[in-house]
Design a protein around this ligand. Structure first.
Ligand code: 5GP
Ligand code: ZN
Length: 119
């Protein structure tokens, strides 16, 4: 498997182990870490191992990856003890969407009730 990687990407470097992180899950498609600036008692980032800039770049070829991202989200929500009360999975896209790291990531947030719409 050839892994698509951007040398200057923060999350590519974390997946490669070049930068430290608090890993909570890894498999052949997905790498999950605790957010460095948590916005809830559970705040985990789920990253594809391969570099994909954002959800704007997803298509039909990414079905397995997307299924895995949600499957791992659900498994981590259970192990974090937030599944029963509910939680949020969100991905920000581009500047107006609030994306600050240009490597696709899902935020898994739980442990409190979130408002809708987000600020
Ligand atoms: P975005 O704003 O792109 O949706 O989310 C980026 C997230 O990455 C933010 O919640 C931010 O706190 C987190 N983050 C930024 N740099 C690092 C880092 O070096 N390590 C970890 N674990 N999280 C980071
Ligand atoms: Zn990357």
């Amino acid at each position: 498997v050839v892994s698509a990687r951007e040398p200057d990407c923060l999350f590519c470097r974390i997946v490669a182990g070049e930068l430290p992180s608090t890993k909570v899950h890894e498999d052949e498609l997905v790498f999950a870490i605790r957010d460095i600036n948590p916005q809830a008692s559970t705040h985990i980032l789920l990253l594809p191992r391969d570099h994909i800039a954002s959800a704007d770049d997803l298509g039909a070829d990414h079905g397995e990856l997307l299924g895995r991202l949600f499957e791992v989200s659900a498994r981590l929500a259970a192990s974090e003890g937030i599944a029963a009360d509910g939680y949020r999975v969100v991905t920000n896209i581009g500047r107006n969407g609030g994306q600050s790291v240009d490597h696709l990531h899902f935020h898994l947030l739980g442990g409190r009730r979130f408002t809708w719409p987000p600020g």
